[in-house]
Design a protein around this ligand. Sequence first.
Ligand code: NAD
Length: 474
Amino acid sequence: MRKNLKHYINGEWVESTGNETYNVINPATEEPMGQISLGTKEDLDKAVQAAKEAFPSFSQTSKEERIEMLENIAEAYARRKDEFIDVMTDELGAPLKISEKVHYSMGYNHFAQAAESLKNIEFMEDRGNHTVVKESVGVSGLITPWNFPTNQASTKIASAFAAGSPVVLKPAEMTPFAAIMLAEIFDEVGVPKGAFNLVNGTGETIGDGISSHPDIDFVSFTGSAGVGAKVMQNASETIKNVALELGGKSPLIVLEDADMKDAARNAVSHIATNTGQVCSAATRMLVPASKKEEFEQAVLEVLPEFPVGHPREGNYVGPLVSKKQWDTVQSYIEKGIDEGANLIAGGTGLPEGLEKGYYAKPTIFTDVSNDMVIAQEEIFGPVMSIITYDTIDHAIEIGNDVVYGLAGYVYGKDPETLKKVATSIRAGRIKVNDASHDFAAPFGGYKQSGIGREWGDYGIEEYLEKKAILGFPS
Ligand code: NAD
């Protein structure tokens, strides 16, 4: 059992000023796997003060010093690969392969990419009559969710460090141990005192405290749309800028000329990877009416390639993160049945043979209409809705008919149709067929999926202010 009842403030691990603790539950066993402290407003104040004191010197470090620091972090992170995999498998319930190929890898790539992107950022630009200087935005408050413990924290921290902005991080209380490992790594590589601070605790105390703190200049939040709105409201009191990375209900548009088996495998991987707890996952599969039966059949055929079970036993789909998340997913499955969608696989209850752990059945609904709740709301579990369309314009219309705009996917062959769909979906990231990941590409949402961009140079820009100087001596 892991135990860390301290917070990392001003370059050292310090006791919490409160005495409330929180048991972190392993969702595969329903047993505690660790314990943390729930911080107080006093702990947060100390962390913000440390970041504020670090600001004058940290913001003035040279680009070269920060590149070296990020490269050192990436190297130190890689040395602890096995432990990261172990921790995320236990705190999140991610299967070992997903912990390695998705979670561990994304965290590493954000530090490595930030070092690369920073090399090409110019902090001073002569624009004729004036000079533009890019400067650190100041003390940055970072609030992260549980579904990607290293990815979310790492992209924010790497961008902030690249910009010379000191941070206070509050990770999700359900998955805090990967973030605690990051603090240990920053300590090991000598990140300047106060440039990184970690306070564990609840959203109501520490998260709310960050978004309303007068000495925090910028807040980067990843989580649900409801909490995001509250963060923005709090931040408005002191006119601080916010970056919000919120939810999604992304479409995957399958073209008439697609190989239906390949498209179905791609579709199922979206709801299976990380047990569907992925903000950018495609959950609405838009299929030509003429191909409906073929696509449904292909989905049922590939489903067994994604077995559900214990994350340490070679399965692809692990448990959901918590009982609360399990209940939410169950209620959406019930809702889909009540709304009259046609259930062709999965359903409510535990998968056969599993009695302990928050496991849900990968669930496929077809004959879904886009105005059903299961087609409009983010479920955050292994649930797919198949919706049919008549023409490409109809598919695009359905794809965009949702409050979210985080991602969009298109699968097929005709280059002109692929281009048309890619440029017509109103979302921050579009993937054509099996395009591979690119950590330099910006990530973020249109509409109610958020404000701002993360990853690579666009991510770093979020942590920079732009100053115009007129009459700057040359
Ligand atoms: P959540 O909004 O419940 O919590 C996110 C974080 O906010 C946690 O650290 C939580 O403790 C904190 N928080 C809770 N109440 C708060 C408050 N009043 N003030 C400030 N902070 C508060 O979300 P979650 O359930 O942890 O994560 C799932 C959500 O995150 C999904 O909606 C998902 O789509 C979204 N998400 C988005 C992205 C993205 O990049 N767009 C990535 C991952 C997850």
